[in-house]
Design a binder for this molecule. Sequence first.
Ligand code: FMN
Length: 389
Amino acid sequence: MPVITNIDDLKRIYARRVPRMFHDYCESGSWTEQTFRENVSDFDLIRLRQRVAVDMADRSTASSMVGEDVAMPVALAPVGMTGMQAADGEIKAARAAERFGVPFTLSTMSICSIEDVAAHTSKPFWFQLYVMQDEDYVDRLIARAKEAKCSALVITLDLQILGQRHKDLKNGLSAPPKLTLSTMADLATKWSWGLEMLGTKRRQFGNIVGHVKGVSDPASLMSWINEQFDLTLDWDKVKKLRDKWDGPVILKGILDAEDAKAALAVGADAIVVSNHGGRQLDGALSSIRALPSILDAVGDRIEVHLDGGIRSGQDVLKAVALGAKGTYIGRAFVYGLGAMGQKGVSTALDVIRKELDTTMALCGRRRVDELDRDILLVPRDFEGTWQTG
Ligand SMILES: Cc1cc2nc3c(=O)[nH]c(=O)nc-3n(C[C@H](O)[C@H](O)[C@H](O)COP(=O)(O)O)c2cc1C
């Protein structure tokens, strides 16, 4: 059994175990991947203040996100096709999150359905909604999420149109994978993934297949998905969706202070500063760089969360010390899931919590609510001197 000490260890095993098509789907950004890369590398620009001779007994990483207690300020981000990274992937990830005490967010584009995840977990999870043109379908999704007792609705706003990831086109990404010569040659080397996948019936988009008329085979499904994102989504529609949900609503994909103010105006409970993990607008600022100006604009009136590029507990600490109330991990948990299933997701969470806890202590802080900008060394021009136009 390999000794796992950091997220990169999981990433290496993940790359060996999971078919190239799904590995590349996860490990890519749009176009040149500049934003994808900078989401990670910009965290390194922020340094930490080492403090000594501070009582560090009785530490805790516990906190809360949209009123829910969390063991640390980290949720699992919605990740489409998680059930292709490992058989029954959403159920495994949700169970790991539940055991650990952090929120799990189920994507609209999951393999396991809302009902299926609810049946295999005992605590409420969060549901992420993509706004589709078919309003009845969207209403039914919301009703299904309510029925399943989901405790928050995460509405993703940065994907009305799909960013292009070159590798997905070249690999012919689909769920389940199409069996071409090249996918079969690759699958032959990923036999443990294949054996597990043969043992489950969950191999298609569980929230779509059987819930939309005319979608039966993989080809009709892929074209339905690609054509269905609502190009006409605007703040009025977001407000209407907000009002359809009784509990907390989290608007995901905010990267601009003006949009953060609009999110506040429609009554969101939280926003996620996010560029979809660098998968949509290539050339956009990294999430961590965009965070300070958004906090300045709305941080005292709405909960501000962040995702994008988090690969360690130190990254979590930096985002929270800047002012984020919570963070999300996408790829970091997928690496764990693909590498070692549910245990791998638990390991990813353990690694991150340990790094967060130790870093807090060495910065002279014992609790999450004591993390503030005072422990950070932020380059003077961290956000960059930009002008529009
Ligand atoms: C493979 C993959 C699939 C994703 N699918 C979705 C999705 O279905 N819905 C969504 O809102 N965001 C989706 N995202 C974006 C994540 O929720 C999150 O914003 C991003 O992964 C954060 O960056 P990180 O991976 O660097 O942590 C996806 C990200 C990845 C890597």
